[in-house]
Design a protein around this ligand. Sequence first.
Ligand SMILES: Cc1cc2nc3c(=O)[nH]c(=O)nc-3n(C[C@H](O)[C@H](O)[C@H](O)COP(=O)(O)OP(=O)(O)OC[C@H]3O[C@@H](n4cnc5c(N)ncnc54)[C@H](O)[C@@H]3O)c2cc1C
Length: 403
Amino acid sequence: MNASTQDFSSRRRAAALDVAVVGGGMVGAAAALALARAGFSVALLEARAPAAWDASAEVDLRVVGLAPSSITLLNELDVWTSIRAARVGPYAHMHVWDAESGAAIDFDAASEGREQLGCIVENNLVQWTLWQALSEASVRCLCPAEVRGFEARGERIQLELADGGNLSAALLVAADGAASPLRQQAGIGTRGRDYAQRAVVAHVATERPHQNTAWQRFLPGGPLALLPLADGRSSIVWSLPEAEARRVLALDDRGFLDALGVASDFRLGRMLASTPRAGFPLKLQLAERYQAERFVLLGDAAHAVHPLAGQGVNLGLRDVAELRDTLVDARAAGRDIGAAHVLRRYARRRRSADTLDALGFDALARIYAWQSPPLVAARSVGVRLLDRLAPLKRRLADHAAGL
Ligand SMILES: Cc1cc2nc3c(=O)[nH]c(=O)nc-3n(C[C@H](O)[C@H](O)[C@H](O)COP(=O)(O)OP(=O)(O)OC[C@H]3O[C@@H](n4cnc5c(N)ncnc54)[C@H](O)[C@@H]3O)c2cc1C
């Protein structure tokens, strides 16, 4: 099926919806599909239709490392086989090292009893494949559509749309990204900090093969990750202080490739060629609560984290699985799926798990920013110890995998 056969019309309206999901990025689209597959009647409202994924086009600049828990969910939703067949970069090893001390930690799929640690996938491929499955699952896609306002009234929540239309559902799910207009309309504040960093991303051809390994070097200004792509190149995520990021983005290609070679310590040899670059500002942002009346937050609308652990969308997809399970259990018990006590289970479990992870990633960012020699020495002792403590390392790997 292609986009033209889907109903992206903003005129079509749902009568008695169980759930309205706003935001059709990877997390919102997965939520809409998961809830529809679980038998709920669902509408998805998205401001901008996703671009069709095209195998002959350049690899999307935005890629994510999907953890096993995310792959399991996408498998349950019957979309993983298509994504896998299209273009993914599985990785079986991860090598993380400290530019200051050289202390390193390695993760290996085989020693964890797994085939792979995760897969590098284009955001657009995941989003597009999910959208392809939506209409077959009877999700009503309203696109382009924007919510102007909403109000809970009795057992329903009423949505007023920017084009003058309206919708009513038992539950409103906001998956509208880190800037989440719906979170703001619900009066939910956020806490966190601006990292004053920008992640520079590009795909690069390297002199030596990536060896199906996710490489990450912690430099004083921020981490540089080289993630293995299916076509043999590596996708870089280079977190840099703002001014430095602007400078790197402005370099000519040769200057950029040379700077990147030095920053990667030539671990994959010289950098040979690069796609155009893009920069993304980085912040830690946690919603103060995940729930309001007949309303929940999901994905980046609830939590934005530093990409150093490559977990942002993985946390979002764990939110999706938890919300689906919560609503399925509520329905089985004959409860109203939008009732506050039902949503509390989702909100409590996910907010505490996401907060622990987000603060953990933040602690890592702070620890790797240490530059005074005694602190660097303490850090390298810690990392070397961790690398040798197999049970602890396994727990860390299982946690990252979402197991
Ligand atoms: C450089 C970088 C590298 C990253 N690497 C990784 C990684 O390796 N692994 C990982 O797990 N995560 C990674 N992440 C994080 C990951 O990209 C995000 O967590 C994920 O894209 C968030 O998805 P989302 O669907 O929650 O939000 P978004 O992708 O922001 O989607 C929100 C959607 O809502 C729509 N929308 C917004 N407002 C409205 C409105 N008013 N009405 C209707 N629709 C609206 C938008 O158009 C958009 O489609 C990385 C992030 C960055 C910046």
